[in-house]
Design a protein around this ligand. Structure first.
Ligand code: GN1
Ligand code: MG
Length: 370
């Protein structure tokens, strides 16, 4: 179906004047829709949920409904109580003209429309320590917002998401395929990454072990809190919203902290070709953690603190493993614009992990000051 016809099935006032590709997500297809009438403008985000990644998009939408309902009520109550120094925001689902949360087109694709957070931007890399601190505050505040949600109100959006042992098993299966072995043999860099993974198999399950031993407990997490999912207010420079709520579900908050840190403390970004530019930035790290602890420190236990370093080391490793597995499997999961892009993304993440390992003492010392 023509996109303009599709978006007009949602309950929006005004005339559609712009519909263009938007954002830099690796999973869903995203478009900006601008509606105008003679006195006002409405900006909305149209998304096709990637069925390859989320086999049950209706479930994703039921989750989004429950999450936004819970958080909007809490945000309103906090704003009335004058609890905050800013207006925290969260996108809202725009209903279809039939009162549904999404539509399914003739090919079975699921489309949704959500509000855009206006006068705010997200960045692909951290801009400054001040920006990193605001990202930390936004994630900490998000954890506070979802902390009292009933985990049973959420259906697992992506079984196995952020379970590193599962990614290792998937990687092993891929390696058993001829196509993957050919790609490995063809490139020395690919073989280097394969060795890198082999040396870290034990460490890769440290958080899972801590959870199994009861040291760490699942809470609600975001699942994908990378820097370009954190909206910063254009006028105040403060964090204002976390977006991309598809993976919000019960999980370890450590995973979120590790994932945010791996994206914020690597100023070179996820697509850098020159590995010499990829390094863990300690100043950005400290700023991020300060912002995070300011909002979430109250519910961080000693055991939680004890595993922060492992989480910070693990998440770049896990994402590198996921990119590398996808490269070897023929780019089936993460969207690519050119061949070899997932291999390079993996190189960047493993390089970042190495940089974290080289700075272990310094990172642990900083964590003690928080
Ligand atoms: C994917 O949807 P997007 O592009 O924000 C991925 C994350 C990765 C990220 C790396 C559901 O996120 O886990 O960290 O790419 N999301 C999913 O850029 O797999
Ligand atoms: Mg995402």
């Amino acid at each position: 179906m023509e996109l303009a016809l599709l978006v007009n099935k949602f309950n929006v006032k005004g005339r559609l004047v712009t519909l263009v590709p938007f954002g830099s997500g690796n999973i869903n297809d995203t478009f900006l829709a601008v509606y105008r009438n003679t006195f006002t403008e409405t900006q909305l985000v149209l998304q096709r949920v990637n069925r390859n990644v989320f086999p049950h998009p209706e479930q994703i939408m039921r989750n989004m409904h429950a999450i936004t309902l819970h958080c909007h009520e809490k945000l309103e109550a906090d704003a009335k109580a004058g609890r905050d120094d800013r207006v925290w925001q969260m996108p809202r689902i725009i209903k279809t003209k039939d009162g549904e949360d999404f539509i399914q087109d003739e090919n079975g694709e699921v489309w949704r429309v959500i509000t855009r957070i206006l006068s705010a931007h997200a960045f692909d890399t951290a801009q400054s320590p001040e920006h990193a601190l605001e990202c930390g505050a936004a994630l900490g505040h998000f954890h506070y917002l979802v902390s009292d949600m009933d985990p049973n109100s959420i259906e697992d959006p992506l079984p196995g998401f952020h379970i590193t042992s599962g990614y290792l098993a998937q990687y092993d299966q891929t390696l058993a395929q001829t196509g993957a072995r050919e790609l490995l043999e063809a490139s020395m860099e690919a073989r280097r990454l394969a060795n890198y993974i082999e040396e870290r198999r034990d460490f890769a399950i440290s958080l899972e072990k801590a959870e199994a031993a009861g040291e760490l407990k699942k809470r609600m997490f975001h699942g994908d809190p990378k820097v370009n999912n954190i909206m910063i207010d254009d006028f105040t420079g403060k964090g204002t919203a976390m977006i991309d709520l598809d993976t919000v579900s019960p999980g370890l908050v450590h995973v979120d902290v590790g994932d945010a840190v791996r994206s914020i403390c690597n100023p070179a970004g996820e697509e850098e070709l020159n590995l010499g530019k990829v390094a863990f930035d300690e100043t950005l790290f400290l700023a991020f953690m300060r912002g995070y602890m300011r909002e979430a420190g109250a519910f961080f236990t000693d055991a939680d603190r004890a595993y922060l370093y492992d989480a910070i080391r693990l998440l770049p490793f896990e994402l590198g493993l996921r990119f590398f597995q996808d490269y070897l499997a023929g780019d089936k999961y993460f969207k690519v614009r050119q061949p070899g892009q997932n291999l390079n993304r993996a190189r960047v993440q493993f390089r970042l992990c190495e940089s974290i390992e080289a700075r272990e003492k310094s990172i642990r010392d900083m964590l003690k000051t928080l």
